[in-house]
Design a protein around this ligand. Structure first.
Ligand code: ADP
Ligand code: MG
Length: 698
């Protein structure tokens, strides 16, 4: 894309330095190219106007034309909102705003003809549209494109008047200012071979589609491009590693493994655990470096698999480490593993950000001279000053906090890269796994240890809160602990935090006789750890928290989880959260709390949660329920990159095409040194700069 791509967005007509800052911070748009690659997330056919009498809650985004009959402010506190009755002569519909009432009433007038866009929702017989987009009716005719793109914007952007329409205008300004065509971003052999439209046509039509067909072609080309470069990057990595690296060969199964298996295992391994350990053993003995992803639902017993693998390393004279995303988790693993290995002659240490200097010096020494066999820690482990005598195996728990970059840092901790096992509880569909971890083999634990009582999941409306609190009190009296979780999303951060804090105060007064702690992501790390520790130690009976607890807190004594505003969470996230209970022997409960107002889609989601505890079943239902273009899935699995246009679940074929194509190219030209691939190399380096720099060769 050349020079043009690097022009700072502030120089674009209609931007300037203030707005540039907002665009950068809120949407990651720093250059012209960033804006060109900021694609609409949906399109609306503006030639079609619906009649109110034909609409129900199942309609997608629609457009209606009519007048506002009245404005009224209703509700109080959190439910306060502005409601307008809108009529087109065939019926009425309610328009609702939860913020900005004054702005709306100043700006829009009664008895004036408007066009309204939005997604209708149905409550009983009433149909309403929340935060609709409103235009003067007659200005529609002036629009040249029948398919209008909609861009996502944050609350802050909207407040500064950078709404979807404004973005569309800015994109238009870029095209207006173009003197020469935009440079191609994919080599011409690929463009030809895969039958792609050129980049100019693609970018113009993705923003301003001339027709449905042109939009399809543009979207195909851009999805392909996105997936192609991801595959090219992953495969390049994989091939480099295959060519240049042998792995340590762990052939011995000796004392440590045998004694652990015979004397220390507190229970029989499940069939799935056995199978997975076999797969790992085969990798470790193969002479190739292992890079394996271990998927297993929460509570499926991944830790045990980790321990067995570490013991194999020890039997072969190598050190092993296990890395967790937080101090709390690292400490828990450490204690757990230490306890399980107490009868075995293994020296195990813990290293986190708060390890004391003197202790730290001992650890450094022990790692260098090999007297420490296993170390458990946080990302402190990947620091350059942590040096091992002979590191043979690295285990990364709950991978979604660790990207490829960190992983590759670990590869350098020995003369040959150690084996790597990444463990995750997020069930990832095959296509997604291929895109994200194309360089990892996958093992799955698809069986829970016997004797677990399935978590009982219940839907409760806010009106049933008193009864719910009675139930909670009984559980605490019986010695159990309780999580209460609040949503926190970026767009409504302030009011979410307020909800959380109000909730905390309320719970404290309601349960005066017990200690209550609170954890959220905005706290300082040390404060957070301290609050968490109160709960882990059993001191606090109730933890009020945001989704920061999603990853791996293990308190088997916690038997109740209340999820407030459950309708605002995605399915994957609800499942992940729920996995925090049901870890002990007691019957556990997950209470999904919502207001009475529930869209039919939310209802479906919550019903699935009540129906099943199976993570894979939930992941599948989730895929089916999600609308096109929704990227919740990729975001939730915490991937290092975000897809702008491709959809992993829907674009599996394009993904396969992109992967095959990338594979072919690398087979013939592994380091992309042919002149016709120059363009690919430049683009690849640009897109994955940081990651490529950590590459093993060079
Ligand atoms: P996760 O896969 O979520 O990391 P853990 O490894 O923490 O799960 O295991 C969850 C609980 O199940 C732990 O208390 C562990 O001791 C127990 N567990 C693991 N494997 C078995 C098994 N085969 N039989 C019985 N309990 C098991
Ligand atoms: Mg775990």
């Amino acid at each position: 894309m050349s020079e043009f791509s690097r022009i700072d967005i502030k120089f674009l007509a209609g931007v300037g330095s203030k707005r540039a800052e907002i665009l950068k911070k809120e949407a990651g748009i720093a250059t012209y190219e960033d804006l060109l690659y900021y694609f609409p997330y949906k399109y609306i056919d503006r030639s079609k106007i619906f009649k109110i009498c034909e609409i129900d809650g199942n309609f997608p985004y629609i457009q209606i034309e009519g007048e506002i009959i009245s404005f009224e402010e209703v509700g109080t506190g959190r439910t306060k909102r502005l409601s307008a009755i809108f009529s087109d002569g065939t019926g009425t519909i309610e328009l609702v705003w939860f913020q900005g009432a004054k702005y709306i009433t100043d700006r829009y007038h009664l008895r004036t003809k408007y066009t309204v866009f939005g997604k209708p929702a149905q409550y009983g017989s009433k149909i309403s549209i929340a935060h609709p987009e409103i235009d003067k009716a007659d200005s529609i005719a002036e629009r040249q494109h029948t398919l209008q793109g909609f861009y996502s914007t944050t609350e802050l952007m909207k407040r500064k008047f950078i709404n979807s329409k404004a973005i569309s205008k800015l994109v238009e300004n870029i095209f207006k200012g173009l003197k020469v065509p935009i440079f191609e971003t994919i080599s011409s052999d690929v463009v030809k071979q895969c039958n792609l439209v050129n980049i100019n046509e693609a970018l113009r039509n993705i923003h301003f589609p001339k027709s449905n067909e042109a939009l399809q072609k543009a979207s195909f080309r851009l999805k392909f491009e996105e997936l192609f470069y991801i595959q090219l990057n992953i495969l390049r990595y994989m091939k480099l590693r295959e060519q240049s690296l042998n792995g340590f060969k762990f052939v011995r199964i000796a004392d440590n493994v045998n004694r652990f298996y015979k004397e220390c295992l507190p229970f029989d391994l499940t069939g799935a655990q056995k199978r997975v350990i076999k797969e790992i053993r085969a990798d470790l003995g193969s002479g190739k470096q292992m890079n394996r992803l271990l998927q297993g639902d929460v509570g499926s017993g991944k830790t045990l698999v980790a321990i067995m693998s570490m013991l194999i390393a020890a039997d072969n004279g190598y050190q092993a480490c296990i890395m967790a995303p937080t101090e709390i988790l690292a400490t828990q693993h450490f204690e757990n593993i230490k306890r399980l290995l107490s009868k075995i002659d293994i020296n195990i240490a813990l290293l986190t950000g708060s390890t004391k200097k003197s202790e730290r010096d001992n650890i450094d020494k022990g790692l260098r001279d090999g007297s420490i066999n296993f170390i458990v820690g946080t990302h402190a482990l990947i620091e350059d000053n942590v040096v091992f005598k002979n590191l043979g195996l690295v285990i990364v728990d709950e991978q979604h906090r660790f990207g490829v970059v960190q992983r590759s840092k670990l590869w350098k901790k020995n003369s040959q890269p150690p084996h790597v096992l990444v463990m995750t509880a997020t069930p990832i569909p095959r296509t997604l796994a291929m895109t994200l971890y194309g360089d990892l083999d996958v093992s799955i634990i698809d069986e829970l240890p016997p004797g677990r009582k399935p978590i009982s999941t219940i839907l409760r409306f806010d009106s049933g809160a008193d009864r719910m609190y009675d139930g909670i009190r009984k559980q605490i009296e019986a010695g159990r602990q309780v999580y209460i979780v609040y949503p926190l999303i970026k767009e409504s951060e302030k009011s979410d935090l307020k909800n959380l804090e109000e909730g905390y105060e309320y719970i404290k007064t309601l349960f005066r006789e017990y200690k209550v702690c609170m954890v959220h992501g905005k706290m300082k790390a040390s404060e957070k750890e301290e609050e968490m520790q109160k709960f882990v130690s059993g001191d606090a009976k109730i933890m009020v928290a945001t989704t920061v607890i999603e990853v791996g807190v293990d308190v088997p004594n916690a038997s109740v989880m209340v999820i407030e505003n459950a309708e605002r969470f995605g399915l994957a996230q609800l499942h992940q959260l729920r996995g925090r209970v049901g870890r002990g022997a007691e019957q556990s409960y997950c209470i999904l709390k919502t207001s009475h107002k529930l869209s039919s889609e939310s209802r479906k989601r919550l019903d699935i949660m009540c129906k099943t505890n199976d993570g894979f079943e939930i992941a599948e239902a989730d895929l089916k329920l999600r609308g096109p273009g929704d990227m919740e899935g990729t975001q939730q699995s915490g991937i290092a990159f975000k897809l702008k246009i491709a959809n992993i679940t829907k674009d599996a074929q394009i993904l396969q095409l992109a992967r095959d194509c990338a594979n072919n190219i690398l087979d013939n030209d592994p380091d992309l040194s042919l002149p016709e691939h120059h363009i690919l190399r430049i683009r690849l380096d640009k897109l994955f700069k940081r990651i490529v720099n950590f590459g093993l060769v060079g």
